[in-house]
Design a protein around this ligand. Structure first.
Ligand SMILES: [Zn+2]
Length: 439
């Protein structure tokens, strides 16, 4: 593959050609919303494809022969930066719509205790879990925390991710939650991809509010949310609504405060125990995530809603669980399913979307094509950015990943191996395996 210049000027047009399989993810039905049921398998593949990008946007998509005959391209060829993809597979950069990168240290004690049989909840009750990441975040300054976030973002991009939703949630005080969001903002400014920030002050009740959990909910509603909104530090408010975290009633209260302050809502739900979805769905969450313990009523209510169901099988894998979210039931019932890493220090230190795709196929019965749609266009819908991200179509951002494979199914087949060769974000070549080998 002919490498592009190290830093092509994004104002220069960029032509990717000789693409073996170009996965456009374009809509076949004119539907701009999430893909459901059979549509999830439609990848809009063009063989021997080409993409023209100008000013960081995708301008045209077609086959290479047509592109090379195009009069505008012929006339401007000397100005165009060309990438010969050598028959490789090209797809939209992955959208990782659920991550927790604002932490300081890995949780190695929890990891080791689980090998001796302790469960996630037992570890949390004994003082491990989410609460054990709080001290490090509270003690670090914004720049230190931003450095940690940036390393995570770079790792994600090396596997083909160009958009990341990043949550706070290990500060659990007004100052430390806002500091976490500022650190995410600072890291985002140094990273060529796109970051969508989320306030997760409602991750767990911190130890200092152990005996007055409602006061902590009030702090979230009356201070964290208004300040995060006023300072434009978050696009979403998230709640961990589950056994041992926040109740359905707390979640509805926090959702109402978020909506009052102009922020959209999402929740972690039914990971450890079932919470009925009806009341939460009435608040129009953009996404409900995990969903390990949904029942048939929940599934049919989700199918009738516009809410995306974001599945994070990396957490089940890393916690050593035998049970995975019921992806097949959800998809077959018509629920809009997305996939994400849930990158976090306790239950999913996984930055690789291709590995999550592999888990989706091996553990949840999703076909490789369904998994790709769930991790691109549907994940973009889970962040309300589908007008710009998640497919390779004219007018969208030139966020593109090139994999050193001949067939798209290899992306999830080569489990735990990184075949991502080059990533473009906003039309700029931002990471490549050649760069990695020089480091
Ligand atoms: Zn999570």
């Amino acid at each position: 593959m002919r490498a592009p210049p190290k830093k092509p000027n994004s104002t220069r047009p960029l032509l990717l050609q000789n693409i073996g399989q170009l996965l456009t993810l374009r809509s076949t039905s004119g539907n701009s919303g999430p893909r459901r049921a059979g549509d999830l398998k439609q990848l809009g593949i063009i063989e021997d494809g080409a993409i023209l990008c100008v000013g960081g946007k995708i301008v045209s998509v077609g086959d290479t022969r047509e592109a090379l005959r195009d009069s505008w391209i012929k006339k401007n060829r000397s100005q165009i930066v060309e990438i010969d993809c050598g028959g490789r597979v090209v797809l939209p950069g992955f959208v990782d719509s659920h991550t927790h990168p604002a932490f300081v240290s890995p949780r190695l004690v929890d990891f080791e205790e689980r090998t001796a049989g302790a469960t996630y909840e037992e570890i949390a009750e004994a003082g491990g879990g989410i609460r054990s990441s709080v001290e490090g975040v509270r003690a670090s300054n914004k720049a230190q925390l931003a450095g940690k976030v940036l390393v995570a973002l770079q790792e994600m991009m090396a596997h083909g991710t160009t958009t990341v939703e990043a949550k706070s949630g290990y500060g659990l005080s007004l100052d430390s939650e806002l500091k976490s969001l500022e650190a995410i903002q600072l890291a985002a400014a140094q990273w060529p991809g796109t970051v969508v920030p989320t306030l997760l002050g409602a991750h767990v009740v911190p130890t200092d509010f152990k005996n007055q959990p409602q006061k902590y909910v009030d702090l979230i509603c009356e201070q964290m949310i208004p300040q995060a909104s006023k300072r434009k530090l978050a696009r979403f408010v998230d709640v961990f609504c589950d056994r041992g975290a926040f109740s359905e009633q707390d979640t509805l209260k926090i959702f109402a405060a978020a909506r009052k302050n102009g922020l959209a809502v999402r929740a972690h739900i039914s990971q450890l125990a079932r919470t009925p979805l009806a009341k939460l769905l009435a608040m129009n969450p953009v996404s409900l995530d995990h969903l390990d313990h949904v029942d048939e009523t929940d599934v049919s209510q989700l199918a009738q809603s516009s809410t995306v169901a974001t599945l994070v099988p990396g957490a089940n894998y890393f916690l050593g669980l035998k049970h995975f979210p019921p992806a097949r039931n959800l998809i077959d019932a018509g629920v809009a399913v997305a996939l994400a890493t849930d990158f976090n220090p306790g239950s999913s230190p996984i930055a690789s979307m291709p590995f999550v795709l592999s888990l989706a196929s091996t553990q949840m019965g999703m076909s490789p094509a369904e998994a790709i749609s769930a991790a691109t266009i549907n994940a973009a819908c889970a962040l309300q950015i589908q007008e710009k991200k998640g497919s390779i179509e004219p007018g969208k951002d030139a966020d593109i990943a090139i994999y050193k494979v001949r067939d798209y199914r290899e992306i999830s087949y080569w489990a735990a191996s990184n075949r991502c060769e080059l990533v473009l974000a906003g039309g700029m070549a931002v990471t490549s395996r050649q760069d990695e080998s020089r480091r």
